[in-house]
Design a protein. Structure first.
Length: 130
């Protein structure tokens, strides 16, 4: 396992079997909802090849943009958690700390990450679109 995946594994606050994904995501969403604000599951399926590159080049920009659009200031998570499907199973990780890990892996500070990928229009639309 890579250093990035090791760190995300350590940050996981819950784990489940992929066959129980729908039930597990619903349970975590219900448990993490607070003050009338529904928790949001941001789902990521890791590819078998180059999962670290996928996380740092595809997930980081899109997750940062998503959080910024929701008004979440990282390293906070708001009510957003990541449901990450891995070969070992389903991991649940707070969105803000995940952005921190992926930013460090890219050699970026949180401020640089938000400036680069955030909703202020300065991010690269090709990274955000797809």
């Amino acid at each position: 396992m890579s250093a990035i995946l090791d760190q995300l594994n350590q940050l996981a606050f819950h784990r489940a079997s992929p066959v129980e994904a729908n039930t597990a995501i619903d349970e975590v969403r219900a448990a993490r909802s607070e003050g009338g604000q529904d928790a949001v599951s941001y789902e990521v399926a890791l590819p078998a090849l180059a999962p670290e590159e996928f996380l740092t080049t595809r997930v980081l920009p899109k997750l940062t943009y998503f959080l910024d659009c929701r008004g979440v200031k990282v390293p906070g998570s708001g009510a957003v958690f990541v449901s990450m499907f891995t070969p070992e199973g389903l991991l649940f990780v707070e969105a803000g700390p995940m952005v921190e890990v992926l930013s460090r892996a890219r050699g970026l500070t949180l401020a640089e990450t938000v400036r680069r990928y955030g909703a202020d229009g300065k991010g690269d639309p090709m990274l955000l679109g797809g």
